[in-house]
Design a binder for this molecule. Structure first.
Ligand SMILES: [Zn+2]
Length: 178
């Protein structure tokens, strides 16, 4: 099948419908859950995982973000980043909201790949902008709310792939339970 035929079969309207469906999946009211990404490698600058970042000042807003490891009173200095809003370290972590699909029936772009459904795998879908972070992550703890009930730590099982019809607005990656 060449690209022209593909473009005719899949109309612009259908592409928009498809992309809008993924947008709503990824929206804050969609199916995303908080995930803790751990990075390795020196000199990573990452947003502080403990406080709300103030994009205007480029510093911490001095407000606890509700998910970080060290809660603190509003208006006092974040104990994790000491008010900087970002941290630099050889090994660091941050929480992102990602769509995590455990049931292989609902995986995107999967059917053509393999008849074997691997156990303990999860598909993670996110926006294209998060590609560097997904690439840098050495492990992901899925849903920091439920993680206390079991092992929800995953390591990457495949390279992230672009997804989306017409535009590559999304990234799909496969992760397996550690
Ligand atoms: Zn902070």
């Amino acid at each position: 099948m060449n690209d022209n035929i593909f473009d005719n079969v899949i109309s612009k309207e259908f592409k928009n419908l498809y992309n809008n469906a993924i947008d709503s999946l990824l929206s804050i009211n969609g199916l995303t859950v908080p995930c803790l990404l751990r990075y390795s490698g020196a000199n990573n600058t990452v947003y502080c995982n403990n406080c709300v970042y103030d994009t205007i000042s480029g510093l911490s807003s001095n407000k606890y973000n509700g998910t970080g490891p060290n809660s603190f009173a509003n208006g006092s200095v974040c104990p994790v980043c000491v008010g900087m809003g970002t941290t630099i370290s050889a090994s660091s972590a941050e929480t992102l909201y990602l769509a995590c699909i455990f049931d292989s029936k609902y995986w995107l772009n999967w059917s053509s790949k393999s008849v074997n459904i691997p156990d303990n795998m999860v598909q993670i879908i996110c926006k294209n902008e998060l590609l560097p972070k997904i690439r840098n992550a050495t492990e992901i703890t899925i849903d920091t709310e439920i993680a206390k009930y079991g092992n929800y730590i995953y390591e990457r099982a495949s390279d992230p792939e672009p997804a989306g019809l017409g535009s590559h607005k999304y990234i799909i990656s496969m992760w397996k339970r550690k």
